[in-house]
Ligand binder design. Sequence first.
Ligand code: AMP
Ligand code: GLY
Length: 424
Amino acid sequence: MKILVVGSGGREHAIVWKLAQSPKAEKIYCAPGNGGIEELAECVDIGAMEFEKLAAFAKEKEIDLTVIGMDDPLCGGIVDVFESQGLRVFGPRKNAAILEGSKAFSKDLMKKYGIPTADYQVFTDPEKAEEYLETAKFPIVLKADGLALGKGVLICNTLEEAKAGVKTLMLDKQFGSAGDEIVIEEFLTGREVSVLSFVDGKTIKIMTSAQDHKRAKDGDQGLNTGGMGTFSPSPFYTEEVDAFCREHIYQKTVDAMRAEGREFKGIIFFGLMLTADGPRVLEYNARFGDPETQVVLPRMKNDLADVFEACVDGTLDQVELEFEDNAAVCVVLASDGYPEKYEKGFPISGLETFDGKKDYFVFHAGTKRGADGQILTNGGRVLGVTATGKDLKEARKKAYEATGWISFENKYMRTDIGKAIDEA
Ligand code: AMP
Ligand code: GLY
């Protein structure tokens, strides 16, 4: 079959890499792709938000399945556009992608269907939000309702900070219209775990667990980023936690969406906090995590094309997901200064060291091919260096060893991805 993947990050590189192993995949295209994806797929210069152009391309090339990697096109309704033109596509429709696109929607859904999450209130009026804060307990969490590149969440320790946060989100509109509405919620403490799942509208199949490191600097200091590294599985995602989530969270979410007339097909990413009172949903995403995908897919045994098709066809109940009994660690190599100001366009060397090496992977996040064919840095997050090993300790050692094979000017990484686990 011919497959088109929409997106350009490390997540899409991992998806393309996994699809390329499927005997079913005779040709893979990626729009717009990046310097690494180019080696496995034909990259097409169409932006992820150019729905009509993408659909026309899919028709012209007789694409059998289009896979949407990113949240923006999903929330913008790309799946509806494809379906209305008779094209097969993997991902939720707009009315279901709202699970990620609106935090107020997802909080109200969880409340209505008794899915465990932090207590909260929703505000559209900044004055009412401030009034509420006067009597609130601190720390407290402010969230822009809409998509904000994972950066629209403010944890505020004092009333002063929280009032400044309301101003940032609702009046200064740092995240644009994403801040027209905000959620103010209870601050939870515990371990965070990411759980990805495949959903076909009715059935949900859980992948292995992972943990992200969102802050820019070692020791979880610095600004929030898209994710600086990740490992899988999470040792804190025990059988007991899994059993709780299966009973109270996963299937309930899928059923709730169906009951609301918003049947969800695609990936649901559960951002969980393992609190002393049990697991709570921090957030839902309607797509694979980035960089979680870079540690989850290398451990998956199934043919990804088969699983995508089962989701589209509604036959996921017949699929048994299988993962290797190993571990994976991904360290993101970023441009120094990310997530704020950074320079790009520097040549990257050492990529060929990964060629033919089992257990070592380099996924491109922000790269492009320069005029002379050399791969150049082209984003904040540049590469995701992943290694697998028999356990987290070994995977971590190998991943860090492999980060040393790569050099580029401005290379920056965290040195403690998976470290707390090592020492646990
Ligand atoms: P979100 O985009 O909702 O996942 O939030 C981004 C990050 O903010 C999460 O990964 C958590 O580290 C943190 N966070 C979100 N909600 C809460 C909460 N209710 N209590 C504590 N931390 C939170
Ligand atoms: N790594 C977090 C995310 O993809 O949202």
